[in-house]
Design a protein around this ligand. Structure first.
Ligand code: NAD
Length: 350
């Protein structure tokens, strides 16, 4: 494991704020990877790490991913991320007090970093943070926020799947197409519903088989055992559960033409993107296709959008993917590389 010094020397970001919370013993890292296009935006992750350095590294890596995600989404924001590294996930008064102290730290950054929820933090936590600072997205509707980002994320993935079908088959028609949705959660459920409404045959897998069966029944589809998703023949595999599903071990097993889903960090290793390209499987880069939630909270809470502007912006995820696919074809590179190149380009000219 690298030391703090080594991490800071090798990181390509702008500013890392390091704060030790004496009351709880937590370490808090706020990484502003880039403010080139606007204030650094990105969620707050609360997690138990083996070492503080590991938490700092996570915040650095995740903040870089936010820079690319927000640049490609065309939002006037840079990339940031915060990690609260705790000995164990707190609850009750202890959690509230920690979040208020964290909120004071966010406030002290004067708006150069704006937070939202991430792993182990949610709407209620954003409401607490909102008691101390205005620089927070994703509060509850009651507290002035825009509500859950999962439904707009699903809508963005839906547009992304249509754009991917169009690229592979020459038509974005879902009628007669089959989609395996991995994860019947906040994103997977509304996605399965939209796909089924448009005529697709939907297969659902979840580590909770009851959840998969309930959703499959609701959309007139079928449940698939969680350990069979890779081997199920389909047009589209939509990972909407966990990261790391695409690796040198799993890509050879896929029986689909397209991978397009909401899960973050789908590529377990960069080589998986080249393997997908080699197998002729179209991969919708995760941070492009899953940006709908970020687009919604920024648009509705910060840019003054209404419903129709949001709908237009979510549909644009499909247009952005088309652009990425064309670039990948023209340059003979993977779609993941083409997405990174688009992000670089936007960061240069922005
Ligand atoms: P969720 O927790 O609501 O649902 C995840 C579902 O996946 C659960 O039903 C869970 O039982 C299931 N699951 C977990 N491991 C599984 C496995 N190995 N195989 C099959 N099913 C499994 O989460 P969500 O909000 O729907 O998010 C899904 C994914 O999309 C996550 O990777 C998340 O990071 C990503 N994402 C979500 C949003 C959002 O707005 N919610 C935005 C961008 C990205």
């Amino acid at each position: 494991m690298l030391t703090f010094e080594q991490l800071l020397e090798t990181w390509d970001g702008e500013t890392a704020v390091v704060h030790r919370d004496p009351e709880s013993g937590a370490w808090i890292f706020v990484c502003l990877h880039s403010t080139r296009l606007g204030p650094a935006g990105g969620g707050t992750r609360m997690k138990v790490y083996d070492t503080p350095a590991e938490a700092l590294q996570d915040a650095m890596r995740l903040s870089g991913a936010m820079t690319r995600k927000l640049a490609v989404a065309g939002l006037p924001f840079g990339g940031g991320k915060a990690v609260i590294a705790v000995a164990e996930i707190p609850s009750g008064e202890e959690r509230r007090a920690l979040l208020l102290r964290y909120a004071d730290l966010v406030a002290s950054l004067g708006g150069s970093y704006r937070t939202s929820s991430d792993m182990n933090t949610g709407e209620a936590d954003m409401d607490v943070i909102g008691e101390r600072t205005e620089f927070v997205f994703g509060r509850s509707v009651e507290a002035g926020g825009s509500g859950s980002p999962a439904p707009p994320t699903a809508t963005g993935v839906y547009h992304g799947i249509r754009a991917s079908l169009s690229h592979v088959y020459g038509s974005d028609d879902l009628d007669g197409r089959s989609v395996v949705v991995q994860g019947a959660g906040g994103v997977g459920s509304p996605l399965a519903e939209q796909l089924a409404s448009a005529g697709a045959t939907v297969f659902v897998a979840d580590i909770d088989p009851g959840r998969a069966e309930t959703l499959a029944a609701r959309v007139g589809g079928a449940a698939v055992p969680a350990d069979r998703v890779l081997d199920t023949a389909c047009d589209v595999f939509a990972p909407c559960a966990v990261g790391g599903v695409l690796s040198v071990a799993t890509v050879p097993r896929l029986r689909c033409r397209i991978v397009a889903g909401s899960a973050n960090n789908q590529l377990a290793e960069p080589e998986a993107a080249d393997l997908l390209q080699g197998r002729g499987i179209l991969y919708a880069p995760d941070y492009v296709i899953n940006a709908g939630g970020a687009i919604a909270i920024v648009g509705l809470e910060q840019l003054g959008w209404g419903r129709s502007e949001l709908d237009t912006a979510l549909a644009q995820i499909g247009d952005t993917l088309r652009q990425i696919y064309e670039r990948a074809d023209a340059e003979g590179i993977s779609t993941a590389a083409a997405a990174d190149a688009l992000a670089e380009q936007r960061l240069k000219v922005g």
